[in-house]
Design a protein. Structure first.
Length: 137
């Protein structure tokens, strides 16, 4: 099985995760636009928003481009890659490297609907077929 090399990104605080969700949803936005969105929940200074954006860029979560005199921030990594990295980290750090432990915990503590189970069965069958095709079976 070929594992995708995922970038090693620093963990996000809850506030930074909230910002990433907004960036992923919007595509790109300025610090001013982000401040207006976040201000609907709590007051923040312009400097605080800019500082958080700059730190997230330094950590590899965001990138920016200059449009006129405005920095437009966008995600440096697509959402699926960061979700994948989080899952790999959970498997490696919490589950002792065992995907089976993760799945057992999911089944035992959350449970799955019949629709979820059916979609997972389908994904497993596709993965099995893909693996067999790579081996020439």
């Amino acid at each position: 099985m070929v594992k995708k090399k995922l970038p090693q990104l620093a963990a996000l605080s809850p506030a930074q995760r909230e910002i990433m969700e907004i960036v992923w949803e919007r595509g790109s936005l300025s610090a001013r636009e982000l401040k207006l969105i976040l201000a609907q929940k709590r007051p923040l200074s312009r400097n605080t928003v800019r500082t958080v954006l700059e730190r997230m860029e330094q950590k590899g979560w965001l990138t920016h481009r200059l449009e006129g005199r405005t920095f437009l921030y966008s995600a440096a990594q697509p959402r699926p890659a960061t979700i994948g990295q989080t899952v790999v980290n959970v498997v490696d750090r919490v589950c002792g490297g065992s995907p089976e432990v993760l799945l057992t915990a999911l089944l035992d503590y959350r449970g799955l609907t019949s629709g979820e189970l059916e979609r997972i069965r389908s994904m497993l069958e596709k993965a099995k077929a893909k693996k067999s095709a790579r081996r020439g079976e």
